[in-house]
Design a protein around this ligand. Structure first.
Ligand code: NOJ
Length: 545
């Protein structure tokens, strides 16, 4: 196969990617859990939206301790989702609609039920022992006090081998030892096997954590990270025309230039979280809520847009399966739900990068505020328990959970007004958001004023004008505390995006800027080129130079 040396003019630069969380998307066999056939039967909906690729959260065999991010067989499909034949059918059916399938690769850890780990814990001499990260501990205690992301110690004792293994996530997600070249080769073979099946790319789960060095307390960005990534890319991704996106919580713009270097030596793009972590108390956890510092949000976007220009590639997103719904978070899920959802979409989709739409975002789906019994997510249940034990007030814990629980994103896709929002004819694995009668796909697809139609139009526009992909970026009204505005420009076009981020009317001195510009899209019907921006008003203009 031809080696891809540079990633200029790559298809994924003008693509829009849609993320599916399979267990919550569509259930075809009435067991209450979404599956591959459910996805296949909704491909026409996605084609109509206009997306180019689907990032599929993990569907490989898994005990589902962390909803599939704990894989016990990387080369088989979990029966809950279907079979390998279903997966092949999905790749083929999506392909017919020019939609590529991006697999979620969980390479930092496996499930403790993976064959490798079951062997690894039998004895220190077992050939698989060194596939994982083991330490003897000190006087009957773990080697250090590192904590796992989902609570508790990052070390777990195994009496058969008289050692502790390292796990950055749950105890059922032992970390893989990337120092071991035999393990690395197994991983490359597995990836190449999927590539030959015709997948269009890979999303790499917590990829900046693979080069951990727990003795030095290093988790992110370990010293050998880029060496590992280059080898991984050379042995796998560069052999085909793939998109690769690295989940990198610890990325700075400098690191992102390495990960997404246009020489294609590592990955296509980063998926970084600097903007999305702003509404928490600095230095604390996401549960420690703080209001969004709007000026900081502008500064962060400006920095990423300008510093990566020509030197790297970023993802554009508000949501994924780990994040609360953006319309509830930074928009307004009451009176201005439609306006604010569209404003957030317009604001994001005018920038440089590859946009990701998370299932239901295109409908303006909202957070769910359930009682604790309705939550299913391991992280949410653990924090509830841990904080109660620490003496926190239940009311405060629930406030954090309502705002930030990952289950906000995982309630079933709202297809129509029928029972269970049309997601399943069985009993859904997690409660459907009760607002499905007001918010659902069947109502929006044919309504030209819907949020769905706004996303559809944004996707169409991105494909029509190269300025979206290639234009530079200039932040406007930087000191304004309500307005998010920017201009972009390439050789032939100028693009202008102006958004009122809040629910009060504000004035904005746009006169000269919008003169002779054409309005491409907005979220109010009666646009009169006025300089007053109504609550959450957003406009996008274009001019030929
Ligand atoms: C990041 C994934 O997005 C999240 O859902 C998962 O729990 C962790 N990585 C561990 O795999």
């Amino acid at each position: 196969m031809e080696i891809n040396k540079r990633n200029k003019n790559k298809w994924w630069k003008s693509a829009v990617i849609y993320q599916i969380y399979p267990r919550s998307f569509a259930d075809s066999n009435k067991d209450g859990i979404g599956d591959l056939q459910g996805i296949i039967s909704n491909l026409d909906y996605l084609e109509n939206l206009g997306i180019d690729a689907i990032w599929l959260s993990p569907v490989c065999k898994s005990p589902q301790d962390d909803n599939g991010y704990d894989i016990s067989d990387y080369q088989d499909i979990d029966p809950m989702f279907g079979t390998l034949e279903d997966m092949e059918e999905l790749i083929k059916e999506a392909g017919k609609r020019n939609i590529r399938i991006i697999m979620d690769l969980v390479l930092n850890h496996s499930s403790d039920e993976h064959y490798w780990f079951r062997e690894a814990k039998k004895s220190k001499e077992n050939p698989y022992h060194d596939y994982y990260v083991w330490r003897d501990g000190k006087e009957g205690m773990p080697p250090n006090d590192m904590r796992a992301a989902f609570g508790g110690s990052a070390w777990e004792w195994v009496s058969e081998v008289q050692q502790y293994y390292f796990h950055q996530f749950s105890v059922k997600q032992p970390d893989l030892n990337w120092e071991n070249p035999i393990l690395r080769q197994e991983i490359y073979d597995m990836i190449n096997w999927w590539t030959e099946k015709g997948v269009g790319g890979f999303r790499l789960d917590v990829i900046d954590q693979i080069a951990k060095e727990p003795d030095k307390r290093i988790t992110n960005n370990g010293p050998r990270l880029h060496e590992f990534l280059r080898e991984l890319s050379r042995e796998t991704f560069q052999k085909a025309d793939l998109v690769t996106v690295g989940e990198t919580w610890g990325a700075t713009t400098e690191l992102a230039k390495l990960y997404s270097n246009p020489d294609n030596s590592e990955l296509s793009m980063v998926f970084q979280f600097e903007h999305i972590c702003l509404d928490q108390i600095e230095g604390k956890e996401k549960w420690d809520l703080a209001p969004l510092p709007f000026m900081k949000l502008k500064e962060v976007f400006k920095r990423w847009q300008t510093e990566l220009y020509g030197k790297g590639w970023n993802s554009l997103f508000w949501n994924n399966h780990d994040l609360p719904r953006i319309v509830s978070r930074w928009g307004n899920d009451g009176k201005y739900r439609i306006e604010s959802a569209k404003m957030l979409a317009i604001l994001l989709h005018g920038m440089q990068g590859t946009p990701y739409i998370y299932q239901g975002e295109e409908l303006g789906m909202t957070n769910a505020s359930y009682d604790i019994e309705e939550y299913r997510d391991i992280e949410t249940l653990n924090v509830y328990k841990e904080r109660l034990e620490k003496g926190c007030m239940e009311e405060d814990i629930m406030r954090s959970i309502h705002a930030k629980s990952r289950d906000n994103a995982r309630t079933p896709m709202q297809w129509n007004e029928e029972e269970n929002a049309g997601f399943t004819e069985g009993k859904p694995w997690i409660k459907v958001n009760p607002n499905y009668k007001e918010i659902n796909a069947s109502q929006q697809v044919d309504d030209e004023d819907s949020i769905f139609r706004c996303y559809q139009e944004l996707i169409r526009l991105r494909k029509s004008y190269p300025v979206f992909t290639e234009g530079d970026f200039q932040m406007l009204f930087m000191e304004d505390e309500n307005i998010f505005a920017y201009a972009r420009e390439d050789e032939t076009l100028q693009l202008l995006v102006v958004c009122n981020f809040y629910d009060q009317t504000v004035s904005c001195s746009l006169e000269e800027r919008i003169a002779s510009m054409k309005l491409l899209i907005s979220n109010y019907k009666d646009i009169d080129q006025s300089t007053l921006l109504r609550p959450y008003e957003a406009r996008m203009y274009l001019r030929k130079k």
